[in-house]
Design a binder for this molecule. Structure first.
Ligand SMILES: [Ca+2]
Length: 406
């Protein structure tokens, strides 16, 4: 099957999560530190299963034997985390509500299970709607008794107007604090024409943090007491961090709680950010560590911890810090990828010195179309092969392994 996937695919694909391929070119930021990182390989994790445009994988926090895969066209499949499995159940389906998806960055984009999913059956999705164009974060309820999700169980939590079809974000993730974090892009087009990135009153171009277990002011959620702009009348109180262009995948380090994000660049630089409370990550005055179109770096702007240029890729897919058991030499390494080129990097962060210890390319999979990483209950990591329709497990490459087939 893999052999039939054409290398390079199409220019249209390459614009999936980034507006324009540009000619900007820099060297990558490979930083050979004191320790060298292991090379990885991608191994098809569930050879008997295939998926249509997978964009996310996760567990539910309740039954460690299960995994879920999100398809961009509106379905979520549930199956046993067993490489021999040949069965998948349709857990959730809102494909009929995403009719005529008009932009290739739209659709069902994100999934997060409530930390008490086992008791309350709640899970949260982010999907796009038209007429008017908007992004919804909704809660649905899985009925344990019937083992089904009723369409009627939807409660819309966030309903955010989207001026353009691209840059919808979205990643949903519950933090170690129990709050729901949601990333939203700058609204789209190119260059952030609405100025959403540097507008603290806009929910676009930001990572939001809300308490979905409480309500206030007529909303379906509450603002956590310690949100950075809770009492700032010029800012949206939901914002946790801002100045972001289009965070495509973010994750919490399950060991130390650090929030890592991949922020897709405009024409020249893709970036990796460590997200902190109230942080302004520079867009659209900055792209990576560079001024964007004459923009200046204000003193409160935070530079990415890593970036790469167009010679290495065109659209970052943020990943995870590996905290599993099976791949011991990957322990503590943040892995991320480029959707277009299939390069995968490993980044070892020195938290004490607050700097990159080691950053190296650890794999190159030109045909994989890595739309997302995913993590199972044990912390093992996977990637979603978007156009390939397969899920791959990340393993340390055996010394004598031939180059991968894709
Ligand atoms: Ca930035």
């Amino acid at each position: 099957m893999l052999r039939r996937v054409i290398l390079g695919l199409s220019v249209g694909l390459f614009t999936l999560f980034c507006v324009q391929g540009g000619s900007g070119c820099t060297s990558g930021q490979d930083n050979k530190g004191p320790s060298s990182l292991p090379a990885i390989q991608l191994v098809e994790a569930f050879p008997k299963l295939s998926f249509d445009l997978p964009v996310f994988l996760c567990g539910d926090g309740a039954d460690d034997s299960l995994l879920y895969v999100v398809e961009q066209e509106g379905k979520i499949w549930r199956f046993k985390n067993d490489k021999k499995t040949g069965e998948k159940d349709l857990f959730f389906d809102i494909s009929s509500r995403i009719p005529g998806r008009r932009h290739n960055e739209e659709g069902l984009l994100a999934l997060a299970f409530h930390p008490k999913f086992k008791e309350n059956g709640y899970f949260y999705v982010c999907y796009s709607q038209h007429d008017p164009r908007r992004g919804l974060v909704s809660r649905f309820t899985w009925d344990k008794r019937k083992d089904e999700v009723a369409d009627t169980s939807e409660t819309v939590i966030l309903n955010i107007s989207q001026p353009y079809g691209n840059h919808n974000g979205c990643t949903l993730a519950f933090g170690p604090d129990g709050y729901l974090y949601a990333s939203f892009g700058d609204g789209g087009s190119a260059g952030d024409p609405k100025g959403s990135g540097q507008d603290k009153s806009s929910l676009l171009g930001a990572i939001l943090r809300i308490d979905v277990d409480a309500t206030d002011l007529g909303k379906k959620y509450a603002i956590p007491e310690d949100n950075p702009f809770k009492d700032d009348k010029d800012a949206a109180p939901e914002i946790w961090a801002w100045g972001l262009r289009n965070v495509w995948r973010m994750s919490f380090d399950r060991k130390d709680g650090t929030l890592w994000a991949g922020d897709v660049g405009q024409n020249a630089y893709e970036e990796v950010d460590i997200i902190v409370k109230g942080g302004n990550y520079g867009w659209n005055k900055r792209e990576g560590t560079h001024d964007y179109r004459g923009g200046d770096k204000a003193k409160d702007m935070i530079d990415p911890v890593a970036e790469y240029g167009r010679n290495k890729g065109i659209s970052i897919t943020g990943g995870y810090v590996y905290r599993g058991e099976a791949q011991k030499s990957l322990q503590g390494i943040y892995l991320y990828a480029d959707y277009g080129t299939g390069r995968v990097w490993g980044l070892k962060w020195d938290a004490d010195k607050e700097k990159v210890d080691t950053l190296e390319e650890v794999g190159h999979f030109p045909r994989a179309t890595i739309s997302s990483f995913g993590e199972d209950a044990k912390g093992e990591l996977y990637v979603c092969g978007h156009r390939v329709g397969a899920i791959y497990r990340i393993e340390v490459k055996a010394d004598n392994e031939e180059e991968d087939d894709f």
